[in-house]
Design a binder for this molecule. Structure first.
Ligand code: GLU
Length: 510
């Protein structure tokens, strides 16, 4: 039999921003499609109108775009299987639900919410806290299986509210093989008669999801583990419609850094890291922070996410999206929950920052500051000097601010511990050596420095920290010869004079 073309979908419900677990689901779908020359599409599952959040769909699309994992079919993207928003497909679902009723695989249920609540309360009193509408209880409830046909017809004709429920067979083992979890077997006695079609005229998630996966020719359903309990019902629905069942792959949960429970949207800002790809502000004005706004590169974020539940089976950790698409397979996805590691996440970002060309970093930096009186080549050197010490582009500024602006303070520790009686004179002599240099590049300064140490018979420790504090005000940083060369002679001498004055004053008042 010819293999079906690979078509996978990411099917978020627009009930809020996209959690990073959702981005990982989208990513694995994207990678699986790329690896198998397939299609990755997005379908918005908005059949539960009570949970609809304005702006969520736009947020999801924008976040996927930022991550670089755009689907090729979806709302606003086109595709021959559209529309890709379930509320726009509303009319399609009812005939499918009715078909199942006709075939005695589903039924109309007329019980009101109050009647069902009453049943639940009664059951609770009798020591059964988990009352369900199922193959046993349905026999004594108000539905088309218990009521005479003419009563049913009458109720329908009168427009009495009803739902359509799945008629679960009794005592049947449903089995399917999940690509990640292996064989899953569930007995139908443990399943209830789920609502397929609601009284508001909308399908439930279950019905719409199956109908759409079928109509959109989905070959593999790759989704979060929280949907595993729904899978047996879905398998039953495929069977009821006599449709081919797609393959299932349920991805492991994302856990909190301590491994204690699912990573929830509240954890992030509470534990000091974002849980969302980009910032999200709720209607009430509450802000949830995002990776983009924190300064993460999308490549680093995606690389980190790829490793939350998957590994390539080698020691390589840095992968571009392109490379991931070549090596990704579902059989390397773990069953166990994946612990989120904020430190590792920062590590990925550091690696990407370090491997970004300085010119590119400088362009990004230029967007953060007023560069009207500075050329980008100077910023490029700033990036070269500071990137090893930075995690985010903005750190280059905060860590290396002294490269762009003169110091206003002088590191206390260096001044009190390293600046000795004789230092002032030594630094004046060193200043005079520098002022006589005809070329002011790294090597010339370093050579002059070495000769100066010999002449004065002093060690590096007597000069270098003090030279640094004079020029930069700090006690630590990149190579002083590079820094001095970056400033150029004039700026270097001016800074040294300014520093000498300032430190003299500090020492005088100490
Ligand atoms: N709409 C579901 C969600 O919000 C989709 C689950 C699935 O992929 O089947 O995650």
């Amino acid at each position: 039999m010819a293999q079906k073309p690979v078509r996978v979908r990411f099917a978020p419900s627009p009930t809020g921003p996209l959690h990073m677990g959702g981005v990982r689901t989208a990513l694995y779908n994207y990678l699986f499609a790329k690896k198998n020359n397939g299609t990755f599409l997005i379908r918005i599952e908005d059949t539960d109108q009570t949970r609809f959040v304005p702006g969520a769909q736009e947020y999801i699309m924008d976040a996927l775009k930022w991550c670089g994992i755009m689907p090729t079919e979806g709302p606003g993207l086109g595709g021959e299987f559209g529309p890709y928003v379930q509320s726009e497909r509303k009319e399609m679902y009812k005939p499918y639900a009715e078909q199942l009723v006709k075939e005695d695989k589903a039924y109309y249920a007329f019980d009101t919410a109050e009647e069902l609540d009453e049943m639940r309360d009664k059951a609770k009193l009798m020591g059964m806290p988990n009352w369900q509408y199922n193959s046993v209880t349905r026999t004594s409830l108000k539905n088309s299986l218990t009521l005479p046909q003419d009563t049913v017809d009458e109720l329908l004709a009168k427009g009495e509210p009803y739902v359509i429920r799945m008629k679960m067979p009794r005592n049947r083992d449903i089995r399917f093989e999940d690509i990640i979890r292996g064989w899953v077997v569930v007995n139908t006695n443990n399943l209830d008669d789920k609502v397929l079609f609601k009284s508001d005229g909308m399908p439930t998630y279950h019905l719409a999801n199956i109908v759409d996966d079928h109509l959109m020719a989905i070959s593999h359903v790759i989704r979060g583990e929280e949907w595993l309990p729904s899978a047996p019902l879905h398998v039953m629905l495929y069977e009821a419609f006599s449709w081919d069942c797609p393959e299932f792959a349920h991805l492991p949960l994302l856990l909190r850094p301590d491994g204690n429970g699912k990573l929830s949207k509240r954890d992030g800002d509470r534990l000091g890291f974002p849980v969302f790809p980009t910032d999200w502000t709720t209607a009430e004005g509450e802000l949830y922070s995002g990776y983009r706004e924190k300064g993460y590169f999308p490549e680093a974020f995606i690389n980190m996410l790829a490793f939350l539940g998957w590994n390539p089976g080698t020691t390589q950790e840095i992968f571009s999206l392109e490379e991931l698409s070549e090596v990704f397979t579902l059989d390397r996805v773990a069953k166990a929950g994946a612990k989120f590691d904020p430190d590792k996440t920062r590590w990925f970002q550091q690696q990407y920052l370090r491997s970004t060309p300085n010119e590119e970093l400088a362009n990004q930096l230029a967007k953060l500051i007023d560069t009207s009186d500075m050329d980008v080549s100077r910023l490029t050197t700033v990036c070269h000097l500071m990137k090893e010490r930075a995690t985010f582009v903005q750190d280059i500024l905060s860590e290396g601010n002294y490269l762009l602006e003169r110091p206003t303070t002088y590191d206390e520790q260096t001044v009190s511990k390293k600046w000795k009686e004789e230092t002032t004179q030594l630094m004046k002599d060193w200043l005079s050596v520098l002022s006589q240099l005809s070329s002011f590049d790294h090597d010339s300064i370093e050579n002059a420095f070495k000769s100066f140490l010999e002449d004065k018979a002093v060690g590096i420790g007597a000069i270098l920290p003090n030279f640094r504090v004079l020029l930069t005000g700090t006690g630590m940083g990149p190579s002083m010869f590079e820094i001095a060369a970056f400033f150029g002679k004039e700026e270097c001498l001016e800074r040294m004079n300014q520093g000498l004055n300032a430190i003299e004053k500090i020492k005088a008042t100490a």
